[in-house]
Every structure is written in C-alpha cells, then in structure tokens.
Design a protein around this ligand. Structure first.
Ligand SMILES: [Zn+2]
Length: 299
C-alpha cells in the first residue's frame, strides 16, 4: 500500500537525512503550480513507509522560514496521495512551564507572519475556511499515544505563536505574546497548517522546546551572536531531534490501528456544495496564474 503519511521536518531535519538516521530514498523535488517543492524522501520503517520533506533544505539550513515555499511543499505531498501531515518544528518557550527538550503537541496558533502566501486560492473569492479544531484531533491523539508508548516527556497542548523572522523576537514582543496567551514561539507552522486545511489534509504538529524565548528577564550569555545554552539543555534539545525517526516509525504503527474520526477531508465541503470548487481537487488550480507550464506534477 502506498504511503499516506508525510513528515515535514524543521531545523536539523537535514541532519537526519545527511547522517542516515532515516532509511530513505530520494524521490526528488516536485514541480507544482506554485513552484518547486523541497526534495521529498520515501522512508522505510518496520511499520510502513512514509514521506519526509526537510522544510529548510536537504543539505543544511538553506532556506529560512520567511522564504520557504509552503504552498509547493504542501501541494507536492497532496499530489503524492498524502492524507496526513505531521509537522515537527523547534520552538522557543515563552513559559518556563515547559522544559528544554520536551515535546509539545500544539493545539492552537496565533499567526504573526506578514510576508507569506497564506492561501492556494488567490483571486478565487473563497474565504471563511473554518479553523477549528486548529489541528487534526485524530492525529493529535495518535501522536499522544505514540509519545506515551515511546516514554517521551511531552505536553499535550500549547499555543504556538508563529512569527515572521528570520530574526528572533524582541524582549518586548516576547512579553506581548505571553500576555496574548502565547506559550511557544516559532516561525514555521503558518501558513503550512492553513494550506494543509485548504487541501483537506489531516495536519498535526509536534514541537520540541529548543530554548526559552528572551523576554528580557533572564539574561543568557552569548558569544559570537549565539546564545550559550547550558550543556545539559543543549543535550536535551539534541536528544529530542535524535528520537524523531523512532517516533515517526512508532506513529506509523499507531496510525495503522487508529480509526480516523476527524472532518479534515471535508474542510472545503461548503465551497464544493456551493459549486465554487469541483469534487476533484486537482481541477481547483487549472487556472492558477502562477501555474507552472510543466504538464505534470511528477518529480
Ligand atoms: Zn484529520
């Protein structure tokens, strides 16, 4: 059976590819109506295959979050038959209730990005796509089961503030986000989660806490522009990355025995029923002004 799960990996995802931590074969980048995706890999595991895409590039941190082609990446995965996307990202905790290296199953998001393409439907007149529940409840439950079975420390909720970057937040911004209910700060979940919804895919996020946000209250020494994390914290954050291949493998197992009861596959139903969109999603972008002249979406 062909893979229906994909993982979009964040910072250090390229390290997993380069170091061979994933048993993967390179499918390659894909041409889409929205440009070229990052290279996609097909990974084998004891419990099934899944696709893997490194959001920032395959050779290192080549593309910062503001310049990731989120539309091409999500569209390419949809074209491969993917129904479920699990995103993993590093995040900075605004609250010290989270521990460095801890996983967080984010359950809501505040979008503070400014310069990104947030929809596939430019000039289509479609609006009011519902954003609740924000992340697929079935996949969040499967991730929770997975982390329990892997004996990982995690929080089952968290409000993620997606900032534009590429710079980090100022101390005043960190305090503002905390006052707004934000608990984690990152740069990549928006617009990815909104785009996945537009293509009626299940999408859930697993973050790991890489460090604390700089609110100006806790001075942390730095050298050559980089914050010096205590050695133990740095080791915990690195361990959180190293465990991800095992978590993805276990997730394949959990998903194989999980019944999906969400409504993600019907996220655009109102537009289909009103006749604004056809039943076949591949026809939705036939007149896209940014459509590539390529006659197929194959890599
Ligand atoms: Zn779903």
């Amino acid at each position: 059976m062909s893979a229906t799960l994909a993982c979009i990996g964040g910072t250090s995802a390229y390290d997993l590819l380069r170091e061979g931590a994933l048993l993967a074969s390179r499918v390659g980048p894909m041409q889409t109506p929205f440009g070229e995706s990052q290279p996609i890999y097909l990974c084998a595991s004891r419990f099934g295959e899944f696709y893997f895409l490194s959001r920032h590039g395959e050779n290192g941190y080549e593309v910062s979050p503001s310049f990731v082609n989120y539309r091409a990446n999500v569209f390419a995965l949809k074209s491969l038959g993917i129904r479920t996307v699990v995103s993993w990202s590093e995040a900075r905790a605004v609250s010290h209730n989270y521990k460095i290296g801890q996983y967080v199953l984010v359950d809501d998001i505040i979008d503070e990005t400014r310069c990104r393409s947030h929809t596939f439907f430019e000039n289509h007149g479609l609006s009011s796509v519902r954003q609740w529940p924000m992340f697929c409840p079935s996949i969040r439950a499967a991730l929770s089961t997975t982390l329990h079975e892997e004996d990982c420390r995690f929080a089952d909720r968290g409000v993620y503030v997606c900032v534009e970057g590429p710079r980090q937040e100022t101390p005043a911004e960190a305090r503002k986000y905390r006052q707004s209910g934000g608990e984690l700060i990152g740069q990549t979940l928006a617009p990815e989660v909104f785009l996945a919804r537009e293509l009626q895919m299940c999408y859930a996020s697993i973050c790991y806490v890489a460090r604390y946000a700089e609110s100006g209250f806790d001075f942390r020494p730095f050298e050559n522009g980089r914050i010096l994390e205590p050695r133990l914290e740095a080791e915990r954050a690195a361990a959180a990355v190293e465990r991800l291949p095992r978590i993805l493998e276990r997730l394949c197992d959990v998903l194989s025995r999980t019944e999906c009861v969400c409504t993600c596959e019907r996220a655009m139903e109102q537009f289909i029923l009103s006749g604004q969109l056809g039943r076949d999603w591949r026809m939705w972008f036939e007149d896209s002004p940014s459509r590539n002249t390529s006659d197929s979406y194959l890599p």
